[in-house]
Design a protein around this ligand. Sequence first.
Ligand code: FAD
Length: 407
Amino acid sequence: MNGSVIRMQDRLYHDLLLPQEAIEIRAKAREFSDRVVAPRAYEIGTTDESRESFPRDVFNALAEEDFFKIPYPSQCGGLDLKYPCCATVVTVEELAYASNSIAAVYDVHCILAGHALEYGSDYIRENYLKPMTIAEKVGCFASTEPLASSDLSSDSVQTKAEIKGDKFIVSGQKRFITNACIADFVTALVNIDGRLTMLVIDLDSKGCRVGEPDCKMGNKGQLTSDIYFENVEVPERNVIGEIGKGLHVALGTLTYGRVGIAATGVGMAQAAFDESIAYMKERTAFGKKIGQFQYWQFKMAERAIEIEHARNLYLKAAFRMDQGIEFPEPEAAGAKFYATELAGNMARDAVQIFGGYGFMRELAHDKSHYKVEQIFRDFKIAEIYEGTNEIQKMILSRTIFGRSIVE
Ligand SMILES: Cc1cc2nc3c(=O)[nH]c(=O)nc-3n(C[C@H](O)[C@H](O)[C@H](O)COP(=O)(O)OP(=O)(O)OC[C@H]3O[C@@H](n4cnc5c(N)ncnc54)[C@H](O)[C@@H]3O)c2cc1C
């Protein structure tokens, strides 16, 4: 660990775009991240996945300090902010600065499951969303299946629901579902005779089973599991929105999620940048500090501009969402692609700057460890989930060329 790390964001970036209430939330989230998340981040990021390894203490602390209320209006139990999306995604960035696992857990609980429920009826908001804001219930979101994810067409989605009286009978399997093994319910995309529909399903329903957590390369505190449905009865009132409008709910939710994932990219890039600067001021080679080599000075100058750009992009997308624009393209797709690729580029630089130490999970000699190793493992998933970066480029291409050329 490097004790001399300073937040270069304060020196290089001016939050001119951010409304005052979101600036205050950022400050609160940063304080929380430093106090609660950072001391746990190494353990969270290196402990192999099991149901017991879920960072429940951090999750509960997020609830106790009202972070789960940020995205929502007061009638859903929320803080009723004027710029809830801006405030939510800066929170995600601040959490990712310390631990991308925690940022992902928060993103899925609040943005994916929570935002999907916002499309629901008063009954759904009262019985699922409100309890989520105080962590009385934990939610997860499931569009992915073993054979469907980037392609969510009705030909691909195999989890079927049959209408039987005032119930649906659901059978199928969902894959890689974050928080599933600790969740109370899932918002799940199902296929009703070719009409994709989003249902909220209680995970303790008869016929519903959640598998063991997957063992992953990084983001180890973010637990993913398969969910199996075998003739699960779901009441009619658990439809989110309307039958046949599930893809709209899923894509609206994933678009919000992408702005959050862009913010995680910025958080990870900023953390890798700050760690690198601190290290280069200390470490010497050829009688000089590493930071005295112009190669690295110029590289860091370029990364500083890129981080600024990535942060502006995701904030612009968030701003447009707060203006009521459901699909803020091109900003959301561009922000997700740009910020997550930047996180990868910055993580690669950071490990290089740390040399052999950057490659160490733990040095046997003194048990020391270096945050950049964890960021290097954690950034990769941000280029994949909530729509791969290729899908983001498809969305942008569609905006550029039109649907008649890009389907
Ligand atoms: C840690 C983790 C957490 C996750 N959490 C959740 C969750 O909570 N809920 C959930 O529903 N899902 C979740 N996912 C699933 C995730 O969203 C998918 O893995 C992701 O969308 C990619 O889908 P896939 O893995 O099936 O890849 P595929 O869709 O099979 O894609 C494989 C490759 O082909 C590329 N590709 C696909 N189509 C095109 C095209 N038209 N042009 C060019 N390239 C293309 C993709 O970009 C990708 O590189 C999670 C995954 C992981 C690993």
